[in-house]
Ligand binder design. Structure first.
Ligand SMILES: Nc1ncnc2c1ncn2[C@@H]1O[C@H](COP(=O)(O)OP(=O)(O)OP(=O)(O)O)[C@@H](O)[C@H]1O
Ligand SMILES: [Mg+2]
Length: 229
């Protein structure tokens, strides 16, 4: 059972290795990390150091070569694909570095989708909630746009609205302000910390943005697949 004070994420000896043309490549090497509920953590490091790979493993989107990840008290390797999807759908929001919006859905439909997948909410209420999130990220006038008609920064904000809409216990975001101008980036940072404060959401953010890293409770640095302390 997960107690309120238990870490929401507990990582032990986590490694990720892949085979490529030149042989075995170690992307992550024996990572140990505990993240407390309601805290905010910035993951920083050079390009190619393994940040996105780590985030994907923490969220159960990818499988480890060795070691363990406990997410909200559940050992991810003990769950099958469906079990991990169910855990994510109820508790996790994810903002990808590449946004990954559904191209054939409008901005509003993209944000409504996680609520529909979760169920227990009427179509009308889901749309109202999605609209309000799009308003908060400054896209109230772009709800009917398809992703390809949105700028990079606008797509990023739709991805953020989609991640927030279910009020997840943990928000994972990969460079959430990477494509935003200073003012919009500021607003998005405020929105994430508002989620953190109002809903007790844990924030795990990969970022090069110094303002964002400073506002987090803690910064962890990755260098060539290892955590530096
Ligand atoms: N499936 C894979 N096969 C081979 N190499 C991979 C694979 N996935 C990631 N890598 C390599 O692992 C390293 C870490 O990748 P990752 O995407 O985690 O870096 P990152 O820290 O997020 O970088 P950035 O700041 O540029 O986004 C890179 O050198 C990448 O080329
Ligand atoms: Mg990355």
């Amino acid at each position: 059972m997960q107690n309120k004070t238990d870490p929401v994420i507990e990582v032990r000896g986590l490694s990720k290795r892949v085979k490529d043309a030149t042989g075995d490549l170690t992307i992550l090497d024996h990572i140990d990390l505990s993240i407390e509920p309601g805290s905010s953590v910035a993951i920083v490091g050079a390009s190619g150091s393994g940040k996105s790979t780590l985030l994907g493993l923490l969220a159960g989107l990818d499988s480890a070569s060795a070691g363990s990840v406990r997410l909200l008290g559940r050992e991810l390797s003990e769950l099958d694909e469906d079990g991990r999807a169910a855990l994510r759908s109820g508790s996790v929001g994810f903002v990808f570095q590449s946004f990954q919006l559904m191209p054939h859905l409008t901005a509003l439909e993209n944000v409504t989708l996680p609520l529909e997948l979760q169920g227990g909410i009427s179509t009308r209420d889901a749309a109202t909630r999605a609209r309000s999130l799009l308003d908060q990220v400054g896209l109230g006038k772009r709800t009917a746009h398809y992703p390809k008609l949105l700028s990079g920064g606008e797509q990023q904000r739709v991805a953020l609205a989609r991640a927030f809409v279910t009020h997840p216990a943990i928000l994972f975001a990969d460079e959430p302000t990477g494509s935003l101008d200073a003012a919009t980036g500021h607003a998005v940072i405020d929105l994430m910390f508002e989620m953190n404060r109002a809903n007790g959401a844990t924030l795990v953010l990969v970022t090069h943005d110094i303002e964002l890293a400073r506002r987090c409770d803690r910064t962890v640095t990755i260098e060539a697949g290892r955590l530096v302390v």
